[in-house]
Design a protein around this ligand. Sequence first.
Ligand SMILES: [Mg+2]
Length: 206
Amino acid sequence: MFNRFLKLFTLRRKNEKLKVLFDMDNVVSDFASTVIPKLNQRFEKNYKVEDITSWDLTKYYGADVFSVLNEEGLFLGFKPKNDALNEFPKIYNDARFDVWIVTSCGSTNEYAEKVVWMKKYFPDFPINRLIPCSEKDTIWADMLIDDGLHNLKSYEYVGEPVVYDMPHNREFEDGNVVTYKRLHSMSGVRNYLEYRLKEKRNTKVA
Ligand SMILES: [Mg+2]
C-alpha cells in the first residue's frame, strides 16, 4: 500500500505544471444571471442574483425548480462569466498550467450542450479536457476553483479549494465562515495561479 502512494506522489511531483480544475457553471459560464430571471418568470418571483444566498434553489422556487434546470437548450443560453471570455484563454493556453474543466452533468444532453457552448466561446479549448463529473474529489489536481462549497469541502483532502465568489458561498449552511482563498474574476484567478506556481517551483522536492 505504501509503495502505491509513493508512486503516486512521485508522478505528481514529476510535472512542474500547476494542475488546475475549473468548475464550469458560475466560474466559466454565467449560470445565475440567465437562470434566476428564468426561474422568476416561471414561478412569479422577483429575486435578484444577490438574494440567492443558498445553494438550494428549491428554497426560493420550490421543488419544481428542476423542470427549468433540466430544460433542453438551457445551457446554450448562458454568457461567459465576468471577464472569462478574455482571461480564461490566457490561462488554458499558458503551457505552465495544466487546465481541466470538471462539471456536473445531469444528462447526456446537458454534456452535449456544454461541449457546444465551449466550442462557441472558447473554440481552442481541448474538448477532451471537459470532464462530466459531479464527484470532483475523484480527480487529482493542485487546485479546484468552484462556486459550490460541497465540492470545495470534499476537495480539501485532495488539493487546494479556491472559491469563486457567489452570494451562496459566503458561509457554510451551518453558519461557519468560509476560509478558502476567494476570487472574484478570471483575472484574479490568473494572478493567483501565478502566485501559486512560483510557490510550487520554490518548494524543493526531497
Ligand atoms: Mg458551479
